[in-house]
Design a protein around this ligand. Structure first.
Ligand code: UD1
Length: 438
């Protein structure tokens, strides 16, 4: 049985009805029942305690998303096996949330952390049972199929392995955790009637299609055969599938999207939003939350930071012979706070049931050299670099067309590359590393 930690007052909101001895609709049926038939305390507890479940919530993107959820008033349950994160991240968020709500009259949401592997069915079942809607809602044996309801109103799934190089060396680890784990997890969620799911996908699903040199539309990698009018005004037909996936990690993300699309088609109660992240960098502007993985850094910005702090002598630039303005690879870097807010927008979008994919990117590309330059401007020192060969599995360009998320979710990025660098620098200064090692 997994243990939980957490604090925060439970919601003080009161259960209310239209009239003193009136009727109330139960959450799972359109039918009305008399108050006499049900335990009002249990009803009140249930209605006051709605949660978002965040799996992998102590990681880089997860922790920033939990922080944004808490500021927006959501109660949050985090499940994390701490394989690539630290529990101190949770303590940090708790303290940030307490400080934040001390200054407002609003209710402080509840945060809970369970240290568990999302693939551990027994542990996950025990956790989900804690949030099950209680039995008084069962009206008759005939309705026993409606028995499982939950105070968890949405799930955000971050618990995936994400190192491209490692996925090439250990594909089964990636397929087992990212694909097998998600199938079992969704099966269990379905048993508990939890069917509002936000999935962390990745721009990597575009594979070598990304190299076409123009911003990527969601339709360029579609899970359903569809036609659309492209930006040049031409009607195009796309078949479901993907072309030129360059590594097992990318394949796991594509497979998960395909599985979720099939699930939402088969069972229309599911609302699944797949968010294709481009390149998240930066950290909360307070400098209190940042990227602190246990694994060896492989992404560009964490490696740059290690060079700045002296932990690494030089930044290896993987190729300067790409078909890009300066020859180094171009990516769409997105501030992690913008990305986190994209998840809130996705959770609110559940009016449209079914499966829907969104790019979360800025629509602007920056080369490796531009990122290095922006970081040098902020920290006021030279970052040593050396050009080495291309990295296996890399593409030359990967930039989002961000229009769909703006039109349908009302979300777009607000922060620049410079803001990302400034916030990271603040995090380093706060951590004291900059002072110690520079
Ligand atoms: C890739 C995936 C992305 C995924 C991420 C997870 C693609 C197109 N993108 O991001 O979807 O979420 O992995 O880890 O597959 N670079 C260097 N030196 C370094 C590190 C990186 O030059 O030490 C370069 C890379 O070659 C790349 C850019 O910096 O051009 C960004 O690299 P990285 O941060 O690792 O992200 P992607 O490979 O773009």
């Amino acid at each position: 049985m997994p243990g939980s930690t957490g604090s925060g007052a439970s919601s003080p909101g009161r259960f209310s009805s239209g009239s003193e001895c009136g009727e109330v609709n139960t959450p799972f049926t359109e039918r009305s029942v008399l108050f006499d038939d049900i335990d009002l305390d249990l009803v009140q507890k249930s209605i006051n305690a709605l949660y978002i479940l965040v799996v992998g919530g102590c990681g880089f993107i997860g922790s920033h998303t939990v922080w944004e959820l808490a500021k927006a008033g959501y109660n949050v349950i985090i499940i994390d096996n701490l394989s690539n994160a630290f529990s101190s991240v949770f303590d940090r968020i708790e303290s940030m949330v307490s400080d934040y709500y001390e200054k407002t009259p609003e209710r402080r949401p509840s945060l809970k952390l369970y240290e568990a592997d999302y693939r551990d069915r027994q542990a996950m079942t025990a956790i989900l049972e804690e949030y099950e809607i209680p039995a008084p809602f069962v009206l008759s044996p005939a309705e026993s199929d409606l028995r499982k309801g939950s105070n968890i109103t949405g799930v955000i799934h971050f618990a995936a392995h994400k190192a491209v190089g490692e996925s090439i060396k250990q594909p089964l680890k990636y397929y087992a955790n990212n694909v097998g784990g998600m199938i079992d997890f969704c099966t269990l969620l379905g048993e508990f009637g939890i069917k509002n799911f936000v999935f962390s996908s990745s721009a990597t699903v575009y594979g070598t299609v990304a190299d076409i040199g123009i911003p990527l539309r969601e339709e360029y990698c579609s899970q359903q055969t569809t036609d659309f009018v492209d930006d040049d005004g031409e009607r195009k037909l796309v078949h479901s599938g993907s072309s030129g996936l360059t590594n097992p990690y990318g394949r796991t993300k594509w497979m998960c999207e395909a599985i979720l699309s099939d699930l939402a088609y088969a069972d229309p109660e599911w609302t699944v939003t797949a968010l294709r992240y481009f390149n998240p960098i930066g950290c909360d502007e307070s400098g209190l939350l940042g990227e602190d993985p246990r694994d060896t850094a492989t992404n560009l910005m964490p490696v740059v930071l290690r060079v700045i702090t002296g932990a690494l002598p030089v930044l290896s630039i993987y190729g300067n012979d790409y078909d890009t303005p300066d020859g180094t690879a171009v990516r769409d870097y997105i501030h992690v706070t913008d990305l986190a807010k994209g998840h809130l927008a996705a959770l609110k979008s559940r009016a449209d049931r079914g499966f829907r994919v969104y790019n979360l990117g800025s629509g602007r590309g920056s080369s490796v050299l531009e990122v290095v330059d922006a970081m040098e401007q902020v920290c006021g020192r030279k970052i040593p670099t050396q050009v080495v060969g291309r990295r296996e599995g890399d593409v030359g360009m990967c930039v989002a067309k961000a229009r769909r998320a703006e039109e349908e979710l009302g979300w777009r990025t607000e922060k620049s590359l410079e803001a990302c660098c400034r916030d990271i620098w603040r995090f380093l200064e706060r951590a004291g590393e900059a002072l110690v090692t520079l």
